[in-house]
Design a protein around this ligand. Structure first.
Ligand code: GLY
Ligand code: MN
Ligand code: MN
Length: 444
């Protein structure tokens, strides 16, 4: 199983601590367990920042980083071993495991945190934390600070600066290491396989969830614990709903189906969209829209390289799509004016992509100092132009209505340009039709 090596977590902690101010402390909680209903829990997913710095997979844990501390810079609070709970719920690392397997310099039971953490904070000038993202944890943090304040008459020194950790940590997360790219390639490979499987299974009479089942099968078989986000399987007019999740409609002869789905490996996402005809053959109108979206995506790839800024790829898709919509008669007027007035937004209402990493819509600033960010080696992003012609759009000829197409791939910026991680899924009209025809022959 491809995963982030242990040494990398240690490098990340060191890199973060090297950027923290002297005499400071960083405190991060694990994700809470979310209740689904009554005593049933949602599948546990570690908080991405917590995972990034520790690789520690359990809930009820807190990372404490104290650069320069003589008795250990990395302290982990976590659950104690407990034979009875482990019989019911599974193994726990415990404090020994936290040190032995996860590189903590010291570890304490989470139940002792109120007694121990104020003493670790005391005397430090600055506290780094993800302020505002976890109100319950923020309250705990203030309680610990108040414990120190209440002892001020005894000489205790509470910190006087609270700093958002996000800025430092999220900028680190934006640049993917070789190990991260390897994990993301693996997530992409499995997701590509899942999209191929869905295409091979596609035929009229199935339901959207039948294709979702094909995706889930490949995700799990590949070792992914879960999709990186709720899979979108949108047939016919549902393809014009950008984040459609119902996935229960019938697949009809003559319809397109848009599948936006990707799995997660070791907490790294993939995010692929393919759109194809349920019966295996694009109609002339479907083909025209599809090839226009594909051409816009190709134009965007050419704008992803070091020194290019974030928005160039989006601008390239807007130009190709606007130009194409005019040629097809779906927009009327001068292309530059239609771009300036954003007329294309009636058909293409989202941006061409987003950062991709541990979160599908990953962290990292898109603008720096008011300017679009310049791309650098190791940044990972999606390229996902689309055209959606509302079934209710009375401005266009009937034959176009209800066609929704998005094509989405994942890329990493390289020295030369970009590496497409998700190239394993067929994308041209000819390739898709050939793949589906071969599958139909096998099935008959
Ligand atoms: N799957 C959500 C997105 O493409 O942004
Ligand atoms: Mn996306
Ligand atoms: Mn997507």
């Amino acid at each position: 199983m491809i995963h982030i090596p242990k040494a990398e977590y240690s490098r990340r902690r060191k890199a973060l601590m090297a950027q923290m101010e002297p005499n400071s402390i960083a405190i991060l909680p694990a994700a809470a367990v979310a209740i689904r209903n009554r005593d049933v829990e949602h599948v546990y997913r570690q908080d991405s920042d917590f995972q990034y710095l520790s690789g520690f997979p359990e809930p009820q844990a807190v990372i404490v980083l104290m650069p320069g501390r003589e008795h250990g810079e990395y302290v982990l609070f976590c659950r104690e071993r407990n034979a009875e709970r482990e019989l019911w719920d599974g193994l726990r690392a415990g404090q020994e495991g936290a040190i032995r397997d996860y590189g903590a310099d010291d570890a304490f039971p989470i139940t002792d945190i109120d007694d121990i953490l104020p003493g670790l904070i005391e005397g430090r000038d600055r506290v780094y934390s993800a302020m505002g993202s976890n109100p319950e944890f923020d309250r705990h943090l203030m309680d610990w600070i108040n414990v120190i304040r209440s002892k001020a008459h005894l000489g205790a020194q509470p910190p006087n600066e609270f700093v958002a950790l996000d800025h430092l940590l999220h900028d680190m997360r934006l640049y993917k290491s070789a190990a991260e790219v390897k994990v993301m390639r693996e997530a992409a490979r499995i997701s590509a396989q899942a999209h191929i499987r869905a295409m091979q299974a596609g035929r009229p009479g199935l339901h959207e969830y039948s294709l979702e089942a094909e995706l889930d099968y490949e995700f799990r078989k590949g070792g992914a614990k879960m999709p990186a986000y709720g899979s979108i399987v949108a047939a016919g007019r549902n393809s014009c709903i950008l984040h459609y999740q119902q996935n229960d409609a019938l697949l009809k002869d003559g319809d397109l189906v848009l599948i936006d789905a990707g799995c997660e490996i070791d907490c790294y996402a993939s995010d692929i969209t393919r759109t194809w005809p349920v019966n295996g053959r694009f109609s002339p109108e479907q083909k025209a829209i599809y090839e226009l979206v594909l051409a816009s995506q190709e134009a965007a790839f050419a704008e992803i390289a070091p020194e290019k800024h974030w928005n160039q790829a989006h601008e390239a898709t807007v130009r190709v799509i606007t130009n194409g919509l005019v040629k097809l008669g779906l927009l009327e007027g001068n292309v530059d004016e239609l771009i300036a007035s954003e007329a294309y937004k009636a058909f293409y209402m989202h941006r061409a992509g987003h950062w991709l990493g541990m979160d599908v819509h990953d962290v990292g600033e898109y603008k720096v100092g008011g300017e679009w960010r310049v791309l650098e080696v190791g940044m990972a992003l999606t390229v996902e132009p689309g055209i959606y012609i509302s079934p209710d759009n009375q401005q266009v000829a009937k034959k176009w209505r209800g066609i929704g197409v998005r094509i989405e791939d994942d890329v990493v910026v390289t020295k030369q340009g970009c590496e497409i991680l998700t190239g394993g899924v067929p994308k041209s009209v000819a390739e898709i039709e050939a793949l589906m025809a071969a599958a139909q022959v096998r099935a008959s």
